[in-house]
Design a binder for this molecule. Structure first.
Ligand SMILES: *Cc1c(COP(=O)(O)O)cnc(C)c1O
Length: 413
């Protein structure tokens, strides 16, 4: 599908769509407030809705769709594997497991991986790993381990994780929460240094805060986190679930400052947009604090996940997607930089990833996203005033140009 198949006139929400949305409301929990579109198929950066309208997807499943919808190699791999073997449980070894572990470890230049399914599970896994390392290796007294977290973070939705969220919607009404997760201002190394105690075992950080509105920390921040971790014998844990796997123009966002964390947390795009695949990746001195029976998951590292995950690593090892993100990212930021300053206060981001912060007095980001929907572009607000642009890395230059033109038009009213 390419731009121009359908005219650029505004598309109304059809009765068919309204009826389908109402039907979903009936028996679904109301934990999301989706835009009024019902998608039925997708290819590359484009999706088709039930009323036959094509939309350009510039959210890409929050970076789960870095390789686009229905990437031919990933779909072929998944199809072949589905017909052969999909689940064994970790009680038995299967023939895709060793390869997947080796592939992800190689991609990260680390010794070992612990596979899980969703991002939140991988974050929980990393926290457990860091605490156990703190007790077994660093010698922190039992029950005292602290993991420093950052204000504005998003690491998922479990009780443990929302306990150190600073978003009232995410945490309100869900306590009590586990202790041991002090929070400091993101991007502030002095605050981080001040929060470190003899019981600190790890710092958990997003190299760029995605859900917070694509917040890029000041230059030198990640290198500074690395230095503080080294000085205090603390693990640096990088949540690269959204920022990693090509999104910023590098395989990992940490690479921008030549930083190698002790633990990578991967998710989203690792599943190729096909199924949830996540992983915690570390060297042996950290990973080997976990022994049989101490952590696991029924579906973690299943044959289908491993086959798709290995295929994702192969795509990343071509370097093509990182290059696309880097080059098209420069172009995207150039285009976004030309949006009128009375509408747009700031554009943040790196690679094919941007947070467009609306100027004071502008409609909410949600309203702009509704206007974009009418213009056949699917984007999502991140908080009140920021529109997040994170298209599949396979998007064409022309489609990208078209998307920003549509955005300019939506901002104009
Ligand atoms: C999406 C996300 C998560 C949670 O992943 P789920 O698969 O939704 O559980 C964690 N950390 C970051 C940075 C994310 O963007």
């Amino acid at each position: 599908m390419t731009v121009g198949q359908q005219p650029d006139s505004l598309v109304p929400v059809t009765a068919h769509t309204v009826a389908e949305l109402a039907r979903a409301e009936e028996h679904s929990a109301h934990n999301y407030d989706p835009l009024p579109v019902v998608i039925m198929s997708g290819s590359g950066a484009w999706v088709r809705a039930i009323d036959g309208v094509d939309y350009l997807d510039v959210l890409a499943g929050y970076s789960a769709l870095n390789f686009g919808h229905a990437h031919p190699e990933l779909v072929a791999t998944a199809r072949e594997q589905i017909g052969r073997l999909t689940l064994t449980g970790r009680a038995f070894q299967h023939d895709r497991y060793a390869e997947f572990c080796a592939d992800v470890a190689r991609l990260c230049a680390k010794d070992a991986i612990l596979p899980m399914n969703t991002g939140a599970e991988a974050v929980e896994t990393a926290l457990k790993l860091a605490r156990k390392w703190g007790y077994d290796v660093k010698g922190v007294p039992d029950g005292r381990a602290e993991i420093v977290t950052c204000a504005g973070n998003f690491h998922g939705r479990t009780i443990g994780i929302v306990g150190f969220s600073t978003d009232p919607d995410a945490r309100g009404g869900f306590g009590p929460f586990p202790p041991g997760f002090p929070s400091v201002e993101y991007g502030n190394l002095d605050a981080l240094a001040a929060a470190i105690t003899e019981n600190t075992v790890a710092v958990l950080v997003e190299p760029i805060q995605g859900e917070a509105g694509v917040l890029v920390p000041p230059d030198g921040y990640l290198a500074g986190v690395r230095r503080l971790c080294d000085e205090h014998h603390i693990l640096m844990v990088a949540d690269e679930i959204q920022s990693g796997l090509g999104r910023t123009g590098d395989t990992f966002a940490c690479e921008h400052e030549d930083v190698v964390p002790d633990i990578y947390i991967l998710g989203k795009a690792l599943g190729g947009g096909i199924l949830p695949v996540s992983a915690v990746v570390a060297d042996r001195d950290v990973m080997d604090v976990i022994h049989p029976g101490q952590h696991g998951s029924t579906f973690g590292g299943n044959p289908l996940a491993c086959a798709v995950g290995s295929a994702v690593v192969r795509l990343l090892e071509t370097g093509e997607y990182q290059r696309r993100s880097r080059e098209l990212g420069v172009y995207l930021h150039e285009l976004l930089g030309q949006l009128p300053p009375d509408r747009v206060a700031e554009v943040r981001g790196r690679g094919l990833w941007a947070g467009v912060e609306l100027a004071p007095g502008q409609p909410s980001a949600r309203v702009i996203c509704e206007r974009l929907l009418a213009r056949r572009v699917l984007a999502k607000d991140a908080h009140e005033g920021t529109i997040r642009i994170a298209p599949p890395l396979v998007i064409s230059r022309d489609d990208l140009t078209w998307a920003v033109e549509r955005l300019a038009d939506a901002l104009a009213g």
